[in-house]
Design a protein around this ligand. Structure first.
Ligand code: 0GY
Length: 291
């Protein structure tokens, strides 16, 4: 593990908020164990191992029933740790993989059978090397017939340049971490308004209302500066939002969140039982278990 990065919280608190039955954590990762699933040679960071058994124990502790496990850049396009977690989840996890343009039909079929339902395109420069748009477009065309969607990860200042690419993708598109807004700027300012416009003009685009620990300037446990951004999305697009822990929170240097406290933010961002049912159960079930 990189020495200046933090490992996940060793003893998260029990949340005060009880998620509704069937709740899904739609953004979490498995890392390694390195001895069995080595990290990718081209990785930009080395995390601490975070195994499927630790993830499933956290799921139960927080009161969730299911996970969507997202391939992170430290495992590159090697999805073996992800697939291993899916096949050992007893049907309680789905996955988002990272694939290359020359992935074979047989590999795609195997991943689909294991529970993969999407592929991730990462545009965050500190995490990955550049991949040409035409390569990504080819991958999107390969996975679309399977009913998979595309998960995109980018930073708010890059949205104008990426807009045309995102809006021509042929699948459902899920944005990680609200498009990473600068939360020192106003919710009604031009930057976040552009993100809201992306969703209002394109009904196939969804957003995860995740990652207060990465976006915050005001800090834990309240993450008061991030809550209004998440709440605006939940209020405006209640049928196209997803929630997740982001466990084990790779790449954090400032603080490591208590996952129980992250769960306790949910009633502040989804303020009615109906909105919470959509955010935590109905939306993820439709997208990931709707087949
Ligand atoms: C996240 C966020 C980060 C890392 C990755 O693929 C990744 O390595 O997504 C980050 O550093 O912002 O979603 O886990």
């Amino acid at each position: 593990m990189d020495p200046d990065w933090l490992c996940f919280h060793p003893n998260p608190s029990k949340p005060q908020f009880t998620p509704p039955p069937g709740a899904v954590d739609t953004h979490c990762h498995v890392f390694g164990p390195e001895s069995r699933f080595p990290y990718a040679p081209e990785r930009k960071y080395t995390p601490c191992d975070a195994t499927k058994d630790q993830l499933f124990a956290l799921r139960d502790h927080l009161g969730f029933e299911r996970n969507v496990i997202v391939q992170a850049s430290c495992h590159g396009n090697d999805n073996r740790a992800l697939v291993d977690a899916l096949v050992h989840s007893q049907g309680r996890a789905r996955g988002v993989a990272s694939v290359e343009r020359d992935v074979s039909d047989a590999e795609l079929k195997l991943m689909h059978e294991a529970g993969v339902r999407g592929t991730r395109f990462n545009f965050v420069r500190r995490l990955v090397d550049f991949t040409p748009r035409e390569v990504l477009a080819e991958i999107a065309a390969r996975i679309a017939p399977l009913g998979w969607h595309v998960v995109i990860y980018f930073e708010a200042q890059d949205l104008p340049e990426l807009w045309d690419f995102f809006t021509t993708l042929p699948t459902t598109v899920v944005v990680d971490h609200m498009g990473r807004p600068d939360v020192t700027k106003p919710v009604d300012g031009p930057e976040f308004q552009l993100f809201l416009k992306l969703l209002s003009e394109h009904e196939n685009i969804w957003s995860k209302v995740t990652c207060p620990e990465r976006l915050t300037q005001s800090g834990p446990p309240g993450y008061d500066d991030v809550v209004p951004f998440a709440r605006r999305l939940v209020d405006t697009f209640p049928d196209r939002v997803l929630w997740g822990t982001d466990w084990p929170h790779p790449n954090l240097k400032s603080h490591m969140p208590d996952d129980g406290k992250l769960v306790d933010l949910i009633p502040r961002i989804a303020t009615t039982a109906e909105l919470r049912q959509k955010l935590l159960v109905d939306n993820p079930m439709r997208l990931y278990w709707g087949d």
